[in-house]
Ligand binder design. Sequence first.
Ligand SMILES: [Zn+2]
Length: 276
Amino acid sequence: MALPVAAPPPANVPSRPANEDGLVPILMYHRTGPVEKYMVRSEANFKEDLARLYASGFRPVTLAEYVSRKMPLKPGESPVVLTFDDSAVSQFRLLKDGTVDPKCFVGLWLAFARKRPDFPVRATFFVNPNGPFEQHGLGAKKVRMLLGWGSEIAWHSRTHVDLSKVSDSRVKSELAYGFEYLADFGVKPKTFALPYGALPKNRALLRGFDWGGRRIQFEAIALAGSAPMPSPLRHPRLGAVQRIQAYSGPYGVDYWLNRFAHGKRAQYVQGPTDRG
Ligand SMILES: [Zn+2]
């Protein structure tokens, strides 16, 4: 496996010139473990991702913050969205004593954020009804902790079915169930990630529909993909967003961070934030 190029030295972030037309990487993670493999970002590579993002001036925002153009950034900072699909336990595991497993994504990130408080655990978690996060009875506690750190709890379908292969009514029930399931956690989901990145035959359903007397609508639909997104100022609301796979293969996170580091692509840089 090719190693990423060395991370650049920490930029003097507050003094970086604004570029609100620059790009925003939206990264897609699934599981972590000791060894990198398909759908698994290794613990070491995840730590490296955080370090490289930080050194390149990126600071985390949620997908809902990106699409609503309400990113909590200071001048000179660049947004990055880390997204996590499937609410696997390796994303967020609590140990028997109630502490966060230091080897799950959240544990690795918390350790990083202790030294870098301006890089908090602020991410978008596209969850399935599996706890969430696969530990019986601990889902509500984890959701509270994530929300407390500024993360977003979002929806990823009821049964993880390929939406391109099912009826309209099944698509509706897969999306609508998120509002029911997450209501128990006090969450109204704002964004949705397509299982396998597969679009339903009736794409209009993604723009919203009525279901049992209520409106089911998301502010953004997350796809798979291979490139960064435009500035939120150039991206229409209620749009589809493309994501970058968090792996070391073609057009993955290493590739794009190298492109930014080498000046082949320009990243969004926040300008003055006191413009009323
Ligand atoms: Zn998934």
